[in-house]
Design a protein around this ligand. Structure first.
Ligand code: GDP
Ligand code: MG
Length: 189
């Protein structure tokens, strides 16, 4: 099963929350302390192999067939959008064709959490109803300066049927989990 499933993901959220940094960390495992603001949107791709949950795998015969059955090859196609208001009208071009949207805020910036809720409302009105949603609280390395607690983020994510995860693009903490959880939530074709 070498079929590659294409999973389109869009990152949305206020400027400066770390959308580009999350993409860069996931795709190249780098971090830039002084990254430049994204203009319009940028595109990145990365392929990963993820194990599938398979609770009924006892009947499979050889080790080989177990491996084949229990994995998915995912080709992420990631749209990293610009957060600025002037690019807002472009967002539907990116989220309409996507399987998942990652809504990012900065755990030290309440304004970015409010902005995330605006994005969620827009998606609820205009995006396909099966769009997988993830609320991502980034900059977990700045936990000491946190102004939105985890419970608040989780509760909000629950209220919009989204997954919730906290990440640090700087440390790399949970960045891979973020994308892998997204892939697991997107049903195979
Ligand atoms: P974007 O506008 O949402 O794409 O945000 P950027 O990825 O350009 O990041 C904005 C700023 O926050 C940059 O200076 C990044 O280096 C910084 N940044 C991004 N992610 C993190 C993080 O997890 N922790 C910390 N401390 N800084 C971060
Ligand atoms: Mg950016």
């Amino acid at each position: 099963m070498s079929n590659i499933e294409s999973v389109k993901v869009v990152l949305l959220g206020e400027s400066g929350v770390g959308k580009s940094s999350l993409c860069l960390r996931f795709v190249t495992n780098e971090f830039r302390p002084y990254s430049e603001a994204t203009i319009g949107a940028s595109f990145m791709s990365k392929s990963v192999v993820i194990p599938m949950e398979n609770k009924n795998s006892t009947s499979t015969t050889t080790e080989d067939s177990v491996t084949k059955i229990n994995q998915r090859n995912i080709g992420f196609k990631i749209w990293d959008t610009a957060g600025q208001e002037k690019y807002r009208s472009l967002a539907p071009m990116y989220y309409r064709g996507s399987s998942a949207a990652i809504l990012v805020y900065d755990i030290t910036k309440p304004g970015s959490f409010a902005a995330l809720q605006d994005w969620a409302n827009e998606l609820k009105q205009n995006a396909p109803p099966d769009l997988v949603l993830v609320v991502c609280g980034n900059k977990l390395d700045l936990n000491e300066d946190r102004l939105i607690d985890r419970g608040t983020g989780e509760k909000y994510a629950n209220s919009i049927d989204a997954m919730y995860i906290e990440t640090s693009a700087k440390d790399g903490d949970k960045v891979e989990s973020l994308f892998l959880e997204v892939a697991r939530k997107v049903p195979p074709p």
